[in-house]
Design a protein around this ligand. Structure first.
Ligand code: G1P
Length: 277
């Protein structure tokens, strides 16, 4: 039912300058794989086959990555290196990539709104922020867990995790009643509150399932935190008028939008690889 996944990827990635001066932050590699490819693989595992990317200026490397490179294929044909392309070949073969640009940086809500031309108004869709690299060594990936939950609740779902007080100002924070183990009916959401202002420590991470009526909600939303159109505000209205679920996902999330989180993810995957040898 959820076939399309939106990847907002228009941001500048200023925390990684100068690396991101001429290269999209989504293309930074964790070991040998760019960040966005981890997100695409998670979306595929969840059943998505259309990857809709919101790009911006200077992001052409993303488009090229998810396309065949005939020169490269020719160069490495019948060499031992060929197998290094197995993963990306499989993605290119099984998914369709669509793109549109966010021309101005007006916030995540605006970026998602721009995606309406790619995901349409008929069906629910997923959103993955590639900065948040998620793994679940014990079972289904985070997006798959959410798609399964969608089958039951048929409403917008945000993935959440507990964060310490000093970090609440970095996230959308939710408030709600637990209706089953790890599943909350959202009553309020605040984008990047100060510690004193945060109703809970339950933070939204970059995984969403959205129903297409969210586009109407975004259209009605005024610019919020930092003068940007926040998806958190649109979802808060949605929660008050209808229903939004927050889901404490199973697994681990690395904040690859920060250098610390990026290094942590790199170490995690490096150790995994070493153990497998
Ligand atoms: C965005 C959202 C925020 C969410 C976060 C998760 O913020 O606006 O609500 O908690 O992603 O990573 P950003 O990190 O893009 O500033």
């Amino acid at each position: 039912m959820i076939r399309k996944c939106l990847f907002p990827a228009a941001g500048y990635g200023t925390r990684f300058l100068p690396a991101t001066k001429a290269m999209p932050k989504e293309m930074l590699p964790v070991l040998t794989k760019p960040l966005i490819q981890y997100g695409v693989e998670e979306a595929m595992e969840a059943g998505c086959e259309v990857m809709a990317v919101i790009t911006g200026r200077g992001k052409r490397a993303i488009t090229d990555h998810f396309d065949i490179s005939y020169e490269l294929e020719h160069q490495i044909k019948d060499t031992s290196k060929e197998k290094m392309l197995d993963g990306i070949r499989n993605i290119i073969k099984n998914c369709t990539f669509t793109y549109t640009r966010q021309n101005e940086m007006k916030g995540l809500g605006d970026a998602i709104y721009k995606g309406n031309v790619l995901v349409g108004f008929e069906n629910p869709f997923a959103v993955v922020l590639a900065d948040d690299l998620c793994v679940n060594p014990d079972g289904d990936g985070v997006l798959k867990q959410m798609v399964d939950l969608y089958a039951k609740y048929k409403c917008c779902i945000v993935a959440t995790m507990e964060v310490p007080d000093e970090d609440v100002h970095k996230y959308g924070i939710i408030e709600g009643n637990e209706i089953e183990d790890g599943v909350f009916m959202v009553s309020n959401m605040i984008e990047k509150p100060d510690v004193g202002e945060a109703p809970t420590n339950q933070a939204v991470i970059g995984r969403y399932i959205l129903t297409p009526d969210i586009f109407d909600m975004i259209k009605k939303t005024k610019p919020g935190k930092n003068g940007e159109l926040q998806i958190t505000d649109a979802l808060c209205d949605q929660a008050k008028k209808g229903m939004v679920i927050a889901y404490k996902f199973k697994g681990k999330r690395f904040d690859c939008g920060s250098v610390d989180g990026f290094v942590e993810a790199t170490n995690y995957f490096y150790n995994l690889e070493q153990e497998a040898k």
